[in-house]
Ligand binder design. Structure first.
Ligand SMILES: CCOCCOc1ccc(-c2cn(C[C@@H]3NC[C@@H](O)[C@H]3O)nn2)cc1
Length: 447
């Protein structure tokens, strides 16, 4: 038996995102987003689900804040729907949209909960997509305008900001693999978008500093870990490409001021070149106060010359899987955290997403999601081990407070500490909610 104890100032939180929980898609002056378009396109989202109602948090946020208050969290990481603030992406501000987020933030502050705001969590205004979306360099300036509006409106209320959530998902998953909105399959577009996302982040970060906004600004990539299947150099190199696709590609520009050569060359060999203009990299370098770490799973990888441009494939090692099919391997969490610290130094980090899809339902008024408790315990233990090895971790924010719209998987996949009945919108605290409540209140647990 061992006690896993966290520092007094270590923060605990829960996370959600606008399109996944708010609903009210046609209310409050909100404009259309690319996820409204994508989810209404037949075949793109399982069961034809969409975010029209979701968890109805637009109306039920007081109840959700009360759930967080009872849970005892320090931080609530939420995202702002850009088309609620600028229905057309740019132009006239929608005051009703700003007012909604002020109501939410005021409710959080009154409950003693710190708001951590993600400005872009995938719901690009459709009006901007109609002009090329993130592929169009003009979207960079539209984002900076949106960010500046939010900084000035919430000055003194929101002190932790994240610009872009999971840039790999926004660029490669959505524009090369085609699995998320807008559903393109174009490597060159994806590489261009990845640069424009970093540029948008860098320019917004510069405005944050120029406006002398109180607080901190960061960026939240998602990461995977790949253990080489063998000691063959081809397997080791293949795993580096699989890790670097999500990590090095987005963090080298910030901490080194350049993109990783091995990936630049790989993309160029596939006719995808970076649209870097003079001065771009100066906006990107050293543009964060902290980074968010989104981690769910790791795999075992090996070289396969026929496995896409990265030539890396996952090997089925019989690991336990979640209900969305992802592997459960907590060692990968420790490995990626120490990898990032070795590569970039002791940069301040928050875990901004970690959680598990377990689809247990309500029985006799309870949800006995013991597999989620096992996952959280194992992964929070890995976080503790990382802390002890010198990783500069400031807090752990689990995905998610509520079951919600899981993108292309729709409502079929549940990640919440709280179960949502999508017919009645009734919330039910799961066993994992009570387990997490105890960790937060005690600051320790035993393994
Ligand atoms: C290499 C090929 O891969 C094919 C599948 O590709 C992926 C990868 C990653 C994801 C993914 C989903 N989530 C959870 C969300 N994070 C943000 C928040 O909104 C959560 O809902 N994280 N990563 C989905 C699909």
């Amino acid at each position: 038996m061992a006690i896993i104890r966290f520092p007094e100032d270590f923060k605990w939180g829960v996370a959600t995102a606008a399109y996944q929980i708010e609903g009210a898609a046609h209310e409050g002056g909100r404009g259309k987003s690319i996820w409204d378009t994508f989810s209404y396109t037949p075949g793109k989202v399982l069961n034809g689900d969409n975010g029209d109602v979701a968890c109805d948090s637009y109306h039920r946020y007081p109840e959700d804040v009360q759930l967080m208050k009872e849970l005892g969290v320090d931080i609530y990481r939420f995202s702002v729907s850009w088309p609620r603030i600028f229905p057309n992406g740019v132009g006239e501000v929608n005051q009703e949209g700003l007012d909604y987020y002020h109501r939410l933030v005021d409710e959080l502050l009154a409950a003693g909960i710190e708001p951590m705001c993600t400005l872009y969590h995938w719901d690009l205004p459709q009006a901007l997509q109609d002009k090329g979306g993130w592929e169009n360099r003009e979207t960079v300036d539209a984002f900076v305008n949106y960010a500046e509006t939010m900084f000035q409106s919430f000055e003194g209320k929101i002190k932790s900001w994240l610009t872009i959530n999971e840039p790999w998902c926004v660029s490669f998953l959505s524009n090369y693999l085609g699995l998320h909105a807008p559903g393109k399959k174009d490597l060159s577009a994806a590489v261009t978008i990845s640069h424009h996302l970093l540029l948008a982040h860098g320019k917004a970060s510069l405005r944050f500093k120029e406006l002398d906004v109180e607080g901190q600004i960061g960026f939240a990539p998602n990461f995977t870990w790949l253990d080489p299947y063998s000691n063959r150099q081809e397997d080791i190199d293949a795993c580096q490409r699989g890790i670097g696709w999500m990590a090095d590609w987005f963090l080298d520009p910030i901490f080194k001021g350049t993109y990783p050569d091995y990936l630049v060359k790989l993309y160029e060999e596939n006719n995808a070149t970076l649209p870097i203009e003079p001065g771009d990299m100066n906006f990107i370098k050293d543009s964060v106060d902290y980074i968010g770490i989104n981690y769910y799973e790791s795999n075992v990888g090996r070289f396969n010359e026929d496995a896409g441009i990265l030539q890396v494939e996952n090997v089925d090692m019989g690991y336990k899987r979640t209900d969305i099919g992802w592997y459960i391997e907590p060692a990968g969490f420790y490995n990626i955290l120490t990898y990032l610290t070795d590569r970039y130094g002791k940069i301040p980090m928050y875990i901004t997403e970690n959680g598990i899809c377990i689809n247990d339902g309500v029985e006799n008024g309870e949800v006995n999601d013991s597999r989620r408790i096992d996952y959280l315990q194992a992964h929070i233990t890995a976080v503790h081990r990382s802390l002890q090895s010198g990783v500069n971790l400031k807090g752990y924010i689990t995905w998610s407070l509520l079951d919600n719209f899981e993108w292309a998987e729709g409502y079929s996949k549940r990640f919440g500490l709280v179960h949502v009945n999508y017919r009645t919108l009734e919330r039910t605290k799961k066993d994992s909610y009570y387990w997490y409540q105890k960790i937060i209140n005690n600051g320790w647990f035993t393994v």
